[in-house]
Structures are given as C-alpha cells and as structure tokens.
Design a protein around this ligand. Sequence first.
Ligand code: BMA
Length: 327
Amino acid sequence: MAADPPAPVRAADLFVRHPANPILTADAWPYAVNTVFNPGATTTPDGGTVLVCRVEDRRGVSHLTVARSDDGVSGWRVDPKPLLAGDEDDPTNRWGVEDPRVTRVDAMDGWVIAYTAYGPAGPCVALALTRDFETVEQLGVVMPPEDKNACLLPRKIDGNFILFHRPTSSSSHRADVWLSRSSDLRAWSNPEPVLAARAGTWWDSVRIGMGPPPLETEHGWLGIYHGVRNTVAGPAYRAGLVLLDLADPSVVKHRSPEWVLSPATDYERQGDVPNVVFPSGLVHDPATDELRLYYGAADTSIAVATARLSEVLAYLLTCPEGETIES
Ligand code: BMA
C-alpha cells in the first residue's frame, strides 16, 4: 500500500523564527542610534549575507547602514558610517531615507536599492545602484509622493524592469500594490494594479505593501507582503504570501488567505511601534531549499525566520487567487 502523502504544512507553521532573534539591535551599532529595523537583504558570491538596515538616529531621522555576516544570523560586522542618508538641502529626503529593498541584478553586475525618501511632500520612492555596498550611485526619485514600499524584480520582462510600489493619496482610502515598467530604471510607465487590501476585518484590510523583491520560482514570482489591520489597540502589521505570474507579474495566481507571520514574541509585540512584523529581505539557498526572511520587529530590531521554499510553494498552490483592486 502506498504511503499517505505528507500533510501540507499550515500557513502559521511555514516560517520558523530563529532562536537567535532578534539578530540585530541598536546595541550592535558602532555609533549611537535609536533603533535598527526593516532591512533589505542579499547574498554575495563568497556566500556571505549583506543587510542594508534602516537605522533611526536619535533625532528620529532614518538612514541606511550595511551589516555583513558569514552565516546570515550571527557575527554581524556593522559599517561605521551610513551607506545612504538624507540631505538637509534636498526636499525629497530632508527627513531621511527608510525601508530599503535590495535586488541583485545580474545584467547590471550589481544591486538596485529601492527605498523610501522622506520630505515635506511626503514619502516617495527613490533608487540607488551599488556594486560593493560601499558606495552608491543615486538615481533619485522615481515615484513622486505619496508612494513607498517599492522593490524591483531581478530581471527584465519583455525588455522592461518591473518595480512594485504603493501609491496613495489623501483623496483615496486605498493603499494597494501596483507595478510600473521601465527599460532604463529612469522613465516609468503608469502604474498597473496588482494586489488589493482586502475589505472588512481581514488582517490585510487597511494597507498592504510588497516586502522583499519577489523570488523567481518555477511556479511564479513568490512575493511576501505586509498587511495592516487597525484595532482599538493600534495597527497590527503581519506578513502574507502571493504568487504572481512569471510572464506578467501584474497577474495574481494565488494569495494566502492567512498570514504567515504575525507579532507574537516580546521583540515583535514591544518596541517603538508595538505589534509590527515588517518583511523586507529574502534570501534563498537552492542547495538546501532554505528561505531566510529578514524582517523588522516593532520598529526596533531585526529578526529572521526560515522556511522551506518547497513547502511555501506547496501551500500557496492550494490558495485561491484572492481579490484584485476595484476600479
Ligand atoms: C510603515 C513604515 C514602516 C514601519 C511601519 C510600522 O508605514 O513606515 O517603516 O515599520 O509603518 O510603524
């Protein structure tokens, strides 16, 4: 008699918090800061992990600083100065730079950092290029205010780079994921709707935003996004999954009804902003099937959770398509 197939892993069990969490806090910084959180992540050819961390200084202004580790969990070496910071004389980022997402682009032999620039007109999306995480070339603002939560796919599709982002305006209550296309990272097409915040009491009913750059898999682009629900105790930030069509990433193939990560530990439930899990960096090791998801915890520290890509995809393929943005 054939053995029963293994039971599918439940959504809440897919990602396992690392016992070393939180893996980075302000105490690890070589200079005085308030908090470190919401990092972009990538691996380097030597097998090391690079995090581009959002660092909030003791004025409340954020900049981006690099931390490196051989195993992606411990032994972090934090740079003595920022990789990227706002400029008092630049109205687009006078109030700092936040929430970087890092994409390895092989065709450019480098990495693109998509981040939120913050100034009096509101948050907007800016891009920077780096080949070494020591210097950056700033491309400047690519999506005007208000817009944030941007990340780039690692390769062109039909001749165009794809940038996910989250435009909002004071005349609309919507805060959904859209994408724009560009052949040169400078001139971008009008946004196309991708994924909508769900209605009612859902965990992702108020705002959503794409987290790390989606990962290319045989079944589609694996996206991890954050969703916000308002409660009388304040907002709660959680993480869920989406699988996008490989040929056209504006098409949602599957979306997790349930979250996969929700504030539960002390470091996620207590901090400068309580009850926040903010997914922002993802690395995958094809040799071991392991995913490492880096996330900000309570806007105060950096944590990591691991999963098996095969289990994540097996779960997602059982999920429905989900809702699209209403026109
Ligand atoms: C969002 C962003 C994130 C932050 C989150 C929770 O609007 O600003 O940087 O982690 O709020 O405060």
